[in-house]
Design a protein around this ligand. Structure first.
Ligand code: UN1
Length: 507
């Protein structure tokens, strides 16, 4: 495992770091087992209360300094982080693939997504623009400016163990914030690798200790972060259940949160779709990352006139899928993250059957040589009705539901008829249908695509969704504004002090 050494990962690792200072905590060891082969890769010591306090204290002190660095200078540091990631792309991609279980192609893609957000953040560091307004009063000027917010707490999920952290962190840093990362307990070693990469760049650039911080642990640690009034912004990615708890705790103290939670993403296959092209988008969307992206395609809403033909194409394509070690580039589908996920997959299949679902590609757990970890499952397809309770629910596994429709209005109603609202697509060459899907009475999701799948968004757009997806936006466009505080400034350069709204007040 050359990549472990290259990324500075030991058998036992401190899980708490404030800048290049690793804090020896007395928390329990969090073991990291690879879903690829079931091996114990290494372990990370959880952050205890003392370690947590030390991190918070150093982060607050670092912020007082870092916020005064000119933003383009902060951007220059982030540029170097992007360079370091380019150098380590192969190693980090392999670690992501081995610890999380996604295919090496997707592991490398995830690191590329980090590099892309670095590039984006570098440009942004010279574009943290505010507006100017015309004052209603003579001799007055009004404008707004954006200031750093403070400490940003980032709670990330196992399925994108490095990229989603980097979306938040790179933007936060150019905005002048300092970041504390709590990665998923299921992929703690990825966080150690990232911290090592950053430490090298930061030390070289004399970045204050405490701009980049890492804490490791479970739910309790998440609760400390969410309740901590010293942290003005919490950005959390994960299940809707987790997001509701974090949102409530942060809201109770009137903090800000960015929530990126569950999806239940559908692709509408219109009668006017290019079926061959649609097939790739649907299969990648459903089985990529073994169905463990928040953007994974869970439902296909197919027009009755092409339903049988498209279902047959899907069944044929699923027959060609190669399931196995994700580091072997010949395989399309790797394992689920752990046995709990396998049990949830199995329970969802049972529930679907009990509600009347008809499986056209059967699921099941892979057995035999190469599958000893017990985490490899067969991607499967079921014909269902959109109102089945299991179809309304996000199962983080490669189970694809097929739903038949007659009219485009009906298809859009199905697409929107779930509690989640992250990503959506329509496959059609019909301009009217495409535009209806994108109109305000079309898709209700944060992401709506035409002729591409639901997953694999680029970093340049704002990423996030509505309803139970949580409403937050990360990554591109103007998502950076959530990481800063807006200040409106009015300056009087006249010799009088006129009041707004024409109010007279003379002494
Ligand atoms: C996630 O699953 O939490 O759009 C993020 C995509 C990726 C990001 C997914 N760029 O599928």
């Amino acid at each position: 495992m050359e990549f472990l050494k290259a990324l500075g990962i030991a058998k036992d690792n401190c899980g708490t770091s404030t800048g290049s200072v690793w804090i020896n905590t007395k928390g329990a060891a969090i073991p990291s087992y690879s879903p690829v082969d079931g091996a114990l890769i290494g372990s990370v010591y959880a952050t205890d209360k003392d370690g947590y306090e030390q991190v918070l204290h150093t982060a607050a002190r670092a912020f007082a300094e870092w916020r005064n660095w000119p933003a383009p200078r902060r951007g220059e540091v982030v540029r170097q982080v992007g360079e370091a990631l380019r150098e380590k792309k192969q190693w980090l991609g392999q670690l992501v693939s081995y610890e999380m279980g996604k295919s090496l192609q997707e592991g490398l893609g995830e690191v590329q997504e980090m590099i892309d957000i670095c590039d984006f953040a570098v440009g942004l560091s010279r574009q943290l623009h505010g507006l100017t307004m015309h004052s209603e009063r003579p001799g007055h000027r009004m404008y707004e400016q954006w200031h750093p917010l403070g400490i940003v707490g980032i709670i990330s999920a196992f399925n994108f163990p490095v990229a989603v952290w980097s979306w938040n962190t790179m933007l936060g840093w150019v905005c002048g914030d300092v970041c504390i990362w709590k990665p998923s307990e299921k992929c703690p070693l990825c966080s150690i690798a990232c911290q090592n990469i950053i430490n090298e760049v930061f030390t070289r650039n004399d970045v204050p200790q405490g701009v980049c911080n890492l804490v490791n642990g479970g739910r309790e640690l998440g609760e400390w972060l969410a309740a901590d009034t010293r942290i003005p912004l919490i950005s959390a990615t994960g299940s809707t259940r987790m997001g509701k708890a974090v949102g409530a705790a942060v809201g109770a103290r009137l903090g800000k949160s960015i929530l990126e939670l569950g999806g239940n993403n559908a692709i509408i296959i219109s009668k006017d779709a290019d079926l061959d092209m649609s097939l790739i988008g649907c299969v990648f969307g459903a089985v990529g990352t073994a169905g463990q992206r928040c953007t994974s395609t869970r439902r296909l809403i197919i027009h009755e006139s092409v339903y049988d033909a498209f279902r047959d194409k899907l069944v044929k394509a699923y027959g060609q899928l190669r399931i196995g070690n994700p580091l072997d580039q010949n395989n399309h589908v790797g394992p689920l993250i752990d046995k709990d996920a396998v049990n949830q997959y199995l329970a969802s299949i049972e529930k679907c059957k009990s509600e009347g679902g008809r499986f056209v590609v059967e699921g099941g757990v892979m057995e035999g040589a190469g599958f000893e970890s017990g985490c490899y499952v067969k991607p499967c397809i079921a014909e269902v009705s959109n109102d089945f309770s299991i179809v309304q629910h996000e199962t983080f596994a490669p189970i694809l539901y097929l739903i038949k429709y007659k009219t485009i209005d009906e298809a859009i109603a199905y697409q929107n008829g779930v509690p989640q609202g992250l990503s959506s697509s329509i496959m059609t060459l019909n301009l009217r249908e495409a535009e209806q899907f994108l109109s305000c009475s079309g898709s209700d999701c944060g992401i709506a695509n035409v002729n591409i799948g639901t997953s694999g968004a680029e970093i340049g757009g704002a990423f996030g969704g509505e309803k139970e997806t949580g409403g937050g936006r990360e990554s591109g466009s103007d998502a950076w504004k959530a990481y800063m505080r807006r200040q409106t400034n009015t300056i009087n350069y006249s010799t009088k002090l006129p009041l707004a709204q024409g109010i007279k007040f003379d002494l």
